[in-house]
Design a binder for this molecule. Structure first.
Ligand code: KIV
Length: 263
């Protein structure tokens, strides 16, 4: 695979070609995912749940994310490395810039931040300084306590319109990529069609430009009840490398997600 950059994702969007993204937390799995062709790796703050055993992403620190970013950066090969800004990095623009700087120094090539239209100023400042930003909308796990649980967002027309408007505002402010989590398939399609920037979905239907899953879900090892949008690709493969390849190929061919994975 040729080195994946933001321009690669933009070219995919223009060509109507979908791309695969997967979380990664260490060098070995990052290498395996890159070898399988996965275009974007995310050091997600989901590490707080799947690696550290917390019930939410809130306890994850900047140091935790920097550590896993350095590990993934050493193994990632040609994939683009996106990294999550942890809970409260968005508290002030100053803190946002400092925390994003730490992630970029650790090896991030794009940072992901949760927040709605009010994040526009922070995103504008990051993008002015040459930091590519992915804005995470819909179900934002860092606000789980305010949302009252891990629930589908944008089910009613007003809420859907607000998410669409937030996505427009953040893209205009300089977000290079939008990530939509757990929204109805129709809203995933509407946001993807409305924006020029690539839209990545998780539980957002088959029509977004890219798809992302948590690695532990792809390998079927996550404890507890599985959300509807995940699929165990290891169940259909001989080994971990095969599972990553199967996931990548199914995304590229738009076989995943299927209708049953959407809302
Ligand atoms: O932290 C994470 O892994 C994420 C994905 C679920 C998109 O944000």
């Amino acid at each position: 695979m040729k080195t994946v950059t933001l321009s690669t994702l933009q070219a995919f969007k223009r060509a109507g070609e979908t791309f695969s993204c997967l979380t990664a937390y260490d060098a070995t799995f990052a290498h395996a995912a890159g070898e399988a062709g996965i275009e974007v790796l995310l050091v997600g703050d989901s590490l707080g749940m799947v690696l550290q055993g917390h019930t939410s992403t809130l306890p994850v620190t900047l140091d935790d994310v920097c550590y896993h970013t350095r590990c993934v950066a050493r193994g990632k090969g040609a994939s683009l490395l996106m990294v999550d800004l942890p809970f409260m990095s968005n508290a002030t623009t100053e803190r946002l810039l400092e925390d994003a700087g730490a992630l970029m120094r650790a090896g991030a090539e794009m940072v992901k931040v949760e927040g709605e239209a009010w994040m526009a100023d922070g995103i504008r400042e990051l993008s002015r300084r040459g930091v590519p930003v992915c804005a995470h909308l819909g179900l934002t796990p860092q606000t789980v306590h305010q949302l009252g649980g891990y629930k589908v967002q944008g089910r009613d027309a007003d809420q859907a319109e607000r998410i669409l408007e937030d996505a427009r505002t953040l893209a205009e402010a300089g977000a290079s990529v939008i990530l939509l989590e757990c929204v109805p398939t129709s809203l995933g399609r509407a946001v993807t069609e409305a924006l020029d920037v690539p839209v990545i979905g998780i539980g957002a239907g088959a029509d977004t430009d890219g798809q992302i899953l948590v690695m532990h879900d792809v390998l079927g090892v996550t404890a507890g009840r599985q959300p509807r949008f995940v699929k165990n690709f290891l169940a259909e493969a001989d080994d971990i490398q095969g599972a990553f390849r199967r996931y990548h190929e199914d995304v590229k061919a738009r076989r995943f997600p299927a209708e049953e994975h959407g809302f």
